[in-house]
Ligand binder design. Sequence first.
Ligand SMILES: Cc1ncc(C[n+]2csc(CCOP(=O)(O)OP(=O)(O)O)c2C)c(N)n1
Ligand SMILES: [Mg+2]
Length: 411
Amino acid sequence: MSKYPPLRLHIPEPSGRPGCATDFSYLHISPAGATRRPDVDVLPVDTQDLAYQLVRVLDEDGSAKGPWDPQLAPDFMRRGLKAMMKVRVFDARMLIAQRQKKLSFYMQALGEEAIAVAHGMALQQGDMNFPTYRQQGLLLSRDDVSMVEMICQLLSNEKDPIQGRQLPVMYSYKRAGFFSISGNLATQYIQAVGWAMASAIKGDTKIASAWIGDGSTAESDFATALTFAHVYRAPVILNVVNNQWAISTFQAIAGGEHTTFAARGVGSGIASLRVDGNDFLAVHAASLWAAERARRGLGPTLIEWVTYRAGAHSTSDDPSKYRPGDDWERFPLGDPIERLRRHLSLLGHWSDEEHEATLKALEAEVIAAQREAERYGSLLDGHIPSVASMFEGVYKDMPEHLRQQRQQLGY
Ligand SMILES: Cc1ncc(C[n+]2csc(CCOP(=O)(O)OP(=O)(O)O)c2C)c(N)n1
Ligand SMILES: [Mg+2]
């Protein structure tokens, strides 16, 4: 007989269930302004404490505090606020279009808008993001990406730039620093590191930005990417968007319980930060810090963005089955749009009237873009790319067996 009791497997559980409030104390939220800001040439090992704290700038009352305040010009912040509002309006409208069966599938970034928008605004032309499906803010915050074209991709219509070969939301914009989204989670993380290594091998000045969700860090590609990034000091930013959920699976199942995702970076020899992802100023400041490290050849930075996926995982998901309905309202980091709005209002650079007018203008802009995109068809009217296009884009010279198959289809 063993002197020990029988072993038991520990199964992490979310701290809230439908009808029962979540105790968010597990997030260990530090006050705004409390976390130190080291120089960009800090050694990875000396960021250990930062991997367990939270970089925050915006206080509850809307004031900016502490060493991470990026001291942004009001116009820049107004641009950021408008871009976040645009993402939210766009998402709401596309969600309705999916319910109307005009598109087959949609994924919102509700509650996470600050991350992609403020990060994208910290990068430079030529840098390359390897995004997941929740970083539409990287595209919608740019002037050189047509909203009409994005909607054509969602509608899988005749003007879909990728001809229906990807799920809706899986955009691809090389010229806008947006690598094709992979439906196979985590694959893009290692590709981003490889792209960054290639940039360094060529002696270029461009950097890569890799994106992954909390749940997907459980994929082995995540660990492989960290090893390569560390060993070759790749000029890459390793973003982990911890929105607490991976469809219906709580982040603790991917290993977030009693530790942080940022700590994975430090453990791999990578400078790491844990940042309030709903704080536009903190996201921008941390992104600039990491971009500067990468560009100066100081190595990769892993950033865990703490946020909350306020909406359903996708249009195929019903979160009321697995979590409390009012979680987002009680989430201690609040709503990213409301927080920047409060800050700008406090500075006298935004008003309720301007907010309402902006919302109206954005709604009109999205509706107009949708109308134009629908002229080229939608799933509802069956105006999808020609079947013949299925045979294009793989082979330079079409092999005989494909030529025959195409002929059999009458093309
Ligand atoms: C390799 C792989 N495994 C599983 C899936 C199915 N899947 C799609 S999204 C998702 C959840 C991902 O969660 P997370 O990484 O936290 O990202 P989030 O959706 O929260 O942004 C899963 C399991 C997939 N697409 N690819
Ligand atoms: Mg997640």
